[in-house]
Each structure stands twice: as C-alpha cells, then as structure tokens.
Design a binder for this molecule. Sequence first.
Ligand code: DC
Length: 223
Amino acid sequence: MNANIAIDGPAGAGKSTIAKRLAARLGLLYVDTGAMYRALAVFFLRRGLERSDEEGISQAVADADVTIRYEDGSQQVYLNGENVTGLLRTEETGNMASASSAYGAVRARLLDLQRLLARESAVVMDGRDIGTVILPDALLKIYLTASVEERARRRIAELEAGGGSVDPDQIRRDIEERDRRDMNRAVAPLRQAEDAVLVDSSDMTIDEVVGTIAALYEERCRR
Ligand code: DC
C-alpha cells in the first residue's frame, strides 16, 4: 500500500494550500476531493436543481462523470469531458457542493475514483472524510482546523485578491453554515478520525504547518 497522507478539516482551514505544498515537498500527488464535489455541484446547478432536492440530485448524479488529469503537476477536473477547473471556486458552487455532498448517492459516485487515485500513486488527499472513510489505512492522518474568525479572514482575503466584491458578515455566516452541514450530515460527516493528529493553524504560518506535517510523515516512513 502507498504511504498516503489524509487531511480532513472544515472549510477555510488551509487544507488545499498545505496539501499542495506537502505534495511538492514530499514528492506525492495532491488530490483535492473538494474539487470533485464542486464539479458535481456545477453539473447540478446547470441542471437547475435546488440544493434541497435530494431525489432530483441523486437521480441526476448518474449522468455526471468526473475525471481528474494532471497537467504541469496541477489537478484538472473534467465534468463529462469538459475542463471545469476554472468554475469551481465560487460561493454558489461551494454552497451547492456542501449541500449535495450530504447525499449518499453523490458520495458513492466519487468513492471509487478517490480510492483508485490513492492506489495508483502515493497521495496527499484532502477533504472531509478521507481519514475516516476513503483512506482509513493512510500512513498519516491530519485533522487541520482554525478558528471561524481566522478562516473567514482568509476567505475574505482570497476573494478580494480575486477582485470579487465581499460581504464579510455573509462570508462568516456561510462558513458557520457549511461547518454545521459538513459536521452534522448522516453520511460521512466531518469529524476527526481517532488516529488523526490535530493541527490548529489559527496562529501558525503556512511554513510552520507544512514543516510540522512533513516531519510527522518522514518520521512514520522511517518506522
Ligand atoms: O473543500 P471544499 O470547500 O472545496 O469542498 C466543497 C464541499 O464539498 C464541502 O463543503 C464539503 C464537500 N466535501 C465533502 O463532503 N467531502 C470531501 N471529501 C470533500 C469535500
């Protein structure tokens, strides 16, 4: 089995930034599973489905084929053959992804793809249920979190850097709402795996977080 790293945690904890840097530093492949749920969300939005329409979404998901390719080392997500990578980071898509990922049929659609990627290459995979459901045998499991205030601050900075208009109160409410949904759903809720290491990045720099996790991984590889 590959020596994989599973990183779970709430929205805005810095999972993708950290996972990407770790992958580059340790020579692993970075797999962003949130992007896969977001690609499905694009599909549901285009179909005009409501977030709350579990039946409609569960039926529609059979028509959505998500695949991943790596171009110049960066993950590209294809939806029924179309590269949708540039469409994934909007609030609308994130909110649809958070709601639709609670449905069993949606999670089942991505499970095999995620496990296959980790069998084919050693990965740093980030998401919500990687340590608990997708890769229970990962060599290292990290639960990466930060305070709501700090996560909102980071998200606002990211949106402002992208030139978007920002309502800070709305961003904060969205984060709290997404936490509630991700942690309280019946299927594969976000929680810290028993054998995961908790890393709170609120007062840590990116380099400190990457250094901490890389040291843990290297130590486990030597065991
Ligand atoms: O990490 P992200 O914000 O790109 O993820 C978008 C949504 O997808 C998130 O609100 C919850 C869902 N998700 C999930 O349920 N399981 C995963 N492994 C990854 C993401």
